[in-house]
Design a protein around this ligand. Structure first.
Ligand code: ADP
Ligand code: MG
Length: 365
């Protein structure tokens, strides 16, 4: 059987650029070379796409390659060189595996380009990606579907500029301390502050406003943090749950990437009933937010009540071998390479189903 020509797209114009390099490095290592011809495509901090030399060991070293682009019109999955000569076979792709976290990679804009280019790709489509990226829209939809989310308020940064005292008072009247303040579009806990005292609220809002003009203020929950991996397909499947334990106030950037003592506990210690409940909620959350392929659903389990709250759904979660998403599947009986295979299969299936849809309509006769 001919090898599948897979474009591994990584990097990106977001604060999670480096995380993406680690994810891509792990994926590259695990893809079976007898089945896949991998083309490495690095998206720089400048947003430009550059081709990696396949002989180089790690995606992190690819940034010097030839500049390419994917035309926003169907052309059989061929990358086009920016200046210079033709790319030859290395530019032809059967499928793209985008592993770009955060804005521009996970928010639907890249998925829009891939749709226009008519190339199969791994993960959620335009709508699912956009919904999952925007924490406020996601919360609204989850809440409307009767799924549990923490009480919240949405604030625009222009309201903050106009009258920050008033914004703060409204939040303090509506929600009890501690609060969490976050940009609606963020990741890796960047721009997020736990607010324990009223006078910390305005500085926290200003900090969040550096990253987005839409902000969330949420009731802070004293909680265990649990995560479930979802995969699919129809039906969507849920992994066993895992737990994150940190030595900090919350799971912030340092706890995620710096601290040595952050623990990922897989599987999480929960009762049978709690496991059934959290897995059901995870599948429902991904379904409500139009997720496809993969999604990691993050929960807060309130210590005092045992109640589960859906904190967020990530359409392109961290994907190194030691990341929670692959580890949860590993613990559920699906190895890292098998997980990649399944995601690729799902991408091809979706593309083939969609390409059968009518694009012409003739009424009447
Ligand atoms: N309402 C909340 N109550 C308690 N902790 C929270 C709340 N919201 C966020 N956190 C803490 O902040 C971390 C990051 O918030 P999250 O919304 O998951 O943003 P990110 O997309 O950056 O991961 C969470 O993992 C959790 O530790
Ligand atoms: Mg999170």
């Amino acid at each position: 059987m001919a090898k599948l020509r897979l474009g591994l797209l990584f990097g990106g114009r977001s604060v999670e650029h480096e995380v993406s390099l680690s994810s891509a490095t792990s994926i590259l290592r695990a893809l079976d070379p007898t089945r896949y011809d991998v083309t490495l495509i690095s998206v720089g901090h400048d947003g430009r796409w550059r081709l990696g030399a396949p002989s180089l060991p790690a995606p992190a070293e690819q940034a010097e390659g030839r500049e390419v682009r994917l035309p926003a019109a169907p052309n059989g999955g061929s990358l086009v060189p920016v200046g210079g000569t033709e790319l030859g076979a290395s530019g032809d792709l059967d499928l793209i595996f985008p592993i770009i976290h955060g804005r521009g990679g996970e928010d639907g804009s890249l998925q829009g380009l891939l749709e226009l280019a008519d190339v199969p790709y791994v993960g959620s489509g335009v709508l699912g990606s956009a919904l999952q990226m925007d924490k406020e829209t996601a919360k609204r939809l989850l809440h409307a579907a009767g799924l549990p989310v923490t009480p919240w308020l949405c604030v625009r940064s222009r309201e903050l500029t106009r009258d920050s005292e008033r914004v703060a008072q409204r939040a303090l009247d509506a929600l009890s301390l501690p609060l969490f303040v976050k940009p609606a579009n963020s990741g890796s806990s960047i721009g997020i502050t736990r607010v324990a005292a009223a006078d910390e609220l305005i500085p926290a809002l200003r900090e969040a406003a550096r990253y987005d003009d839409k902000l969330l203020i949420e009731r802070g929950v004293d909680a265990r943090e649990l995560e479930v991996a979802v995969l699919g397909g129809d039906p969507l499947e849920a992994s066993v749950p895992g737990e994150i334990r940190t030595g900090r106030d919350f799971y912030d950037y340092e706890a995620k990437y710096v601290d040595e003592d952050t623990e990922l506990i897989v599987p999480a210690e929960l009762t049978e009933e709690q496991i059934a409940e959290i897995r059901r909620l995870a599948v429902e959350a991904v379904a409500v937010l139009e997720g496809e392929g993969l999604g990691r659903v993050d929960f807060l389990m309130e210590r005092s009540t045992g109640k589960f709250y859906i904190n967020e759904v990530n359409s392109l979660p961290g994907f190194t071998e030691s990341s929670m998403y692959p580890r949860l599947w590993e613990a559920s009986g699906l190895s890292y390479p098998a997980l990649l295979e399944r995601l690729i299969e799902l991408a091809l299936e979706r593309h083939s189903v969609r390409s059968k849809l009518e694009t012409l309509f003739r009424s009447g006769t």
